[in-house]
Design a protein around this ligand. Structure first.
Ligand code: TYD
Length: 133
């Protein structure tokens, strides 16, 4: 399952007059066990986040509210993915450079990760990343 490409994953959406509900289960909606979640919020206008790849970590990125763009580079092509639905995640496998930009006011990015935080798992130098491809 580690060879999957960057792709949108549609999550279950339970429609209800009382409000909608979505959920994610590990090894079902995402191809990994979820060891960590973190979220990015209160991003000032014009700021970018990310700007790195991971050697091992896989992620699912969801715009729980608002919208933002994830720009990915797998070493062969750059792609842009707009996230603006709380029932759609972007799967980003290991070894893919990414940054996030164009955050709307009050946006919240929820990230489900396959690994616990480890600075040693980051590649933060783009030229080193490209040379490794
Ligand atoms: P970083 O991953 O560089 O943020 P970005 O989302 O912009 O790529 O993380 C920013 C800081 O937060 C850095 O000092 C590491 C710390 N951090 C943790 O301690 N735990 C985590 O799970 C994450 C994602 C970051």
């Amino acid at each position: 399952m580690n060879d999957l490409a960057v792709q949108f994953i549609s999550l279950p959406k339970i429609l209800d007059n009382r409000g909608n509900l979505s959920f994610v289960e590990e090894l079902s909606h995402v191809p990994f066990k979820i060891k960590r979640t973190y979220w990015i919020y209160d991003v000032p206008g014009g700021e970018t986040r990310g700007g790195h790849s991971y050697k091992t970590n896989q992620e699912l990125i969801i715009a729980l509210s608002g919208s933002f763009t994830v720009v990915t580079n797998d070493g062969t092509k750059e792609e842009q993915f707009v996230l603006n639905r709380s029932y759609v995640g972007l799967y980003v496998p290991k070894g893919v450079w990414r940054h996030m930009e164009n955050f709307s006011t009050n946006s919240c990015a929820l990230v489900l990760a396959s690994e616990v935080y480890d600075e040693g798992d980051y590649e933060r130098d783009f030229s080193t990343f490209i040379k490794s491809k």
